[in-house]
Design a protein around this ligand. Structure first.
Ligand code: PBG
Length: 321
């Protein structure tokens, strides 16, 4: 005679709803958006576009109306605007600064506007920082540029800056830069644990990356779990207001570790390759898009994310209704 029957709590939708441990809220979803001089499609990310300033504004308003919690902006400069230092990254009229200003003008304080603080979209070599004469990424020389970039983004209207370049000391350098220019209210979402991942593939198309090679001397080795905690602890000590784990789906162990020790909100980034895989399988009729997308984001929240960056943020917010 079986006395213990877990199935009792699964008998009806109402029963399952009652005992559900986590539920994805629209307000915890962040929509990554790309802004360029001209609108364009991204073939490896169906449904995601490079916006021009007008379509960016409209899309930001739509996302806010759908109830998403925040927007994360990436800038995509024209190729001839790139240089070896990535100076359009901190130029007042750089594409990302113009995008931030347009979005803040459209949505004000109705949502949280975030900016990617990294040079890779802006450098002619595609690396996230300055290069030494012999071609290595120069950590310390890059920090001042990140601080200038964060200040330019704050000036353009970013509520939060998000350093994603994995330079040592970047959070402290950006905090000092922001505070020195009177932006002590602008927060830092630190990419604490960011792995050198093959799942970023489609993003490189999205931002027309000039990278030839890889980022393994600054992003983390996918084999290392403990190191994720070390990176996050350093970011917390340097004053990060939020920390992030990236990618998300294949790094749920790292995410759970970070969620267990962090005393600030934890974000996770469901990256371009995670999105593209599900889209591609769904296009072939092999997976149900909506069900798979929702399950993937629910799993990220279950593992400990307070905030999820996902290219489905708007759709998912609408599905939640
Ligand atoms: C670097 C950056 C990358 C992504 C976000 N910020 C690319 C990289 O590190 O190579 C990837 C995001 C995605 O794949 O969706 N600025």
């Amino acid at each position: 005679m079986i006395q213990v029957r877990p199935r009792r709590l699964r008998t009806t939708p109402a029963m399952r709803r009652l005992v559900r441990e986590v539920e994805v809220r629209p307000s915890q979803l962040v929509l990554p958006m790309f802004v360029a001089e001209r609108r364009g499609d991204i073939s490896s990310m169906p449904g995601v576009v490079r916006h021009d300033l007008d379509s960016l504004r409209a899309a930001a308003e739509d996302a806010v109306a759908a109830g998403v919690g925040a927007l994360m902006l990436f800038g995509v400069p024209d190729d001839d605007a790139k240089d070896d230092r990535g100076s359009q990254g901190w130029a007042e009229d750089g594409i990302l600064q113009r995008g931030l200003a347009a979005v803040r003008d459209a949505v004000g304080d109705e949502t949280v506007v975030m900016a990617d603080t990294c040079l890779d979209e802006f450098t002619s070599h595609g690396h996230c920082g300055f290069l030494t004469p012999d071609g290595r990424v120069d950590n310390d020389a890059t920090l001042a540029a990140y601080a200038s970039m964060a200040v330019a983004q704050a000036r353009a209207g970013a509520h939060i800056v998000a350093p994603s370049g994995m330079m040592d000391g970047q959070v402290a350098a950006i905090r000092a830069g922001l505070d020195g220019e009177g932006f002590s209210d602008v927060g830092i979402l630190a990419y604490g644990a960011k792995y050198a991942s093959a799942f970023y593939g489609p993003f490189r198309e999205a931002v027309s990356s000039s990278l030839d090679g890889d980022r393994r001397t600054y992003q983390q080795d996918p084999a290392n779990r403990r190191e994720g905690l070390r990176e996050v602890r350093l970011d917390l000590a340097e004053g990060a207001d939020l920390v992030m784990v990236k990618p998300a789906g294949s790094y749920l162990d790292v995410l759970a570790d970070v969620a267990a020790v962090s005393d600030v909100p934890v974000a996770a980034y469901q990256v371009s390759g995670e999105y593209a895989m599900i889209c591609a399988a769904a296009e072939r009729g092999w997976l149900d898009l909506r069900a798979t997308a929702q399950e993937s984001v629910t799993a990220i929240v279950r593992a400990g994310a307070d905030i999820v960056l996902t290219y489905w943020a708007k759709e998912m917010a609408q599905w939640c209704r």
